[in-house]
Design a protein. Structure first.
Length: 241
């Protein structure tokens, strides 16, 4: 993992996209700083998944600019991002190791890297059980292992805590904090605001297609007040703070 990368790992500027008559992103901008955990927050249907798909080059409609370490999004620089979005896409008839091996081969990585990422998520002993028999939490761990292959400088994780038990959530938090301490960058979406408050350095709140707030968590809400401020900003009946 390169720790001498530029201060902004990922930037979205003036993203705009509509599906039929529905405007999803309407001038959305967000800058994710290197070496920090950044949470993209919003109500269901706010456009978080669409934003992730645009960043990953999976949605080419709409307008706006995405840059990775100061360079415009391209197939070449997408190698800097590891991602798990829209739930884990796994080969249900294969073991954890074989699932990771397939992705490692596509990236030109060897078995040492497979063993490394499986060990990091606690699945290094899962050689025989098929993915179809995994718990939701195990599937989430496996998806994270695949995202980490090759130690990409940026991780994009959609609801990574889903299905994890309390110890799993604590372990994930510790891992992601360790990742950023080594110079990595993490962009997550989550509805678990209590965990967001424990995990993240910065947040962006997506409302009506725009970033109503984007910056340090501590400037958005006092300790223990994230849920209250988030609901106030995203509830039109209450109004913005």
């Amino acid at each position: 993992m390169n720790t001498t990368l530029k201060p902004v790992a990922l930037s979205c500027d003036d993203l705009r996209i509509s599906f039929g008559q529905r405007t999803v992103l309407d001038g959305f901008s967000m800058h994710v700083k290197t070496g920090r955990v950044h949470a993209l927050l919003g109500r269901n249907g706010a456009g978080k998944s669409t934003c992730f798909r645009i960043i990953l080059g999976l949605e080419d409609r709409g307008a706006g600019t995405v840059e990775i370490f100061g360079e415009k999004l391209s197939q070449d620089n997408l190698i800097n991002i590891g991602a798990s979005i829209n739930g884990p896409a796994l080969y249900s008839h294969l073991s954890a190791r074989d699932n990771v091996r397939i992705h490692a081969k596509l990236l030109g990585l060897g078995l040492d890297e497979v063993d490394h990422v499986l060990g990091m998520v606690g699945l290094d002993d899962e050689d025989k059980k098929k993915a179809r028999n995994f718990s939701t939490g195990m599937k989430a761990r496996l998806a994270l292992a695949i995202a980490m292959l090759g130690s990409p400088p940026v991780l994009i994780l959609d609801e990574p805590q889903n299905g994890l038990d309390p110890q799993g959530i604590v372990d994930l938090r510790g891992f992601l904090r360790s990742w950023t301490a080594q110079g990595g960058t993490v962009l997550v979406s989550s509805h678990q605001l209590g965990e967001v408050a424990r995990l993240t350095d910065d947040i962006t709140v997506l409302v009506d297609g725009r970033a109503q707030y984007s910056g340090p968590l501590e400037d958005f809400a006092a300790p223990g007040q994230l849920e209250e401020e988030f609901l106030r900003m995203t509830n039109p009946q209450v109004g913005h703070p």
